[in-house]
Design a protein around this ligand. Structure first.
Ligand code: MG
Length: 269
């Protein structure tokens, strides 16, 4: 494919532009050239436990100057979904204080305790999870047939030493207790890239479409799958958790596979 025709680049972060706390050396030049060519990029994350400022600071510490506008996360898209489908409803939020703050800023009616008149449940990746929250949600989902949504289906989230359970794992615990599964919003669902295409085409570049948008990531079943589901182009990089063998055996076929983003840099120059 012709990488020079791409107008919007949607980057996954860990495994794609850095690994843990190490930025890949070609990334600053890649981002600079995209901007110099009058094109756009955004960083796209499923993680709803931190607010965007946490990512701005993380990238700053690695030497990348980013602003809040350079990110799309599953929190933004979940807020959009709530406004479209659950507007004005009283929602129990199982998530971090950062997630609840972001919802309140968006005028969502957030509840933190069980109540009979709650009209929906929203779950995020909750690094402040308590048994009380599991108890509250189990009771709500058992007693009522109400909308139940979750920010992201990931089973695990990477840490310095390995992984911790993420939103998808907690959803499984609640399924075991209640028999109910949430509607997931983040990758591999198409909502996040579609949100990014709409935002950038409205705010910065009217020529941006799904067809000239490229999702770049290191995970087949989230990054690449969401690009395929959204109808964008997709680029798998082998600088993170996926090997060529895994790619060969996967049902998810990206538009292209590169060893890392340094090849993308050469292709767009
Ligand atoms: Mg990744």
């Amino acid at each position: 494919m012709d990488f020079k025709s791409i107008r919007l680049f949607l980057f996954d972060m860990d495994g794609t532009i850095y690994l843990g706390n190490n930025l890949f050396p070609y990334v600053p030049e890649l981002l600079r050239i995209i901007r110099e060519q009058g094109k756009n990029y955004l960083f796209m994350t499923n993680n709803s436990s931190k607010n965007i400022d946490g990512y701005v600071n993380k990238l700053k510490s690695l030497g990348i100057d980013a602003t809040r506008d350079d990110f799309v996360n599953s929190t933004n898209v979940t807020i959009d979904y709530i406004h479209a489908n659950l507007a004005g409803k009283k929602l129990y939020v199982l998530g971090t204080n950062a997630l609840k703050d972001a919802f309140r800023e968006a005028n969502i009616n957030v509840c933190e305790d069980y109540a009979e008149d709650i009209e929906g449940v929203v779950m995020g990746f909750d690094t402040e999870l308590t048994f009380k929250k599991l108890d509250d949600v189990s009771k709500l989902l058992t007693e009522k047939d109400i909308p139940y949504i979750a920010t992201n289906p990931d089973y695990v989230c990477p840490t310095e030493y390995g992984y911790v359970p993420d939103c998808g794992s907690v959803a499984d615990m609640l399924f075991n207790a209640t028999g109910k599964r949430p509607v997931f919003i983040g990758k591999p669902e198409p909502a996040m890239p579609l949100y990014a295409v709409e935002k950038i085409s409205k705010e910065r570049d009217p020529l941006v479409t799904k067809e000239n948008t490229l999702v770049i990531g290191d995970r087949l079943y989230t990054d690449i799958a969401c690009g395929i589901n959204a109808g964008t182009k997709s680029l798998l990089v082998l600088s993170g958790e996926t090997t060529q063998k895994m790619a060969d055996e996967s049902e998810f076929k990206p538009t292209e596979i590169f060893k890392d983003c340094s090849v993308l840099l050469e292709k767009i120059k």
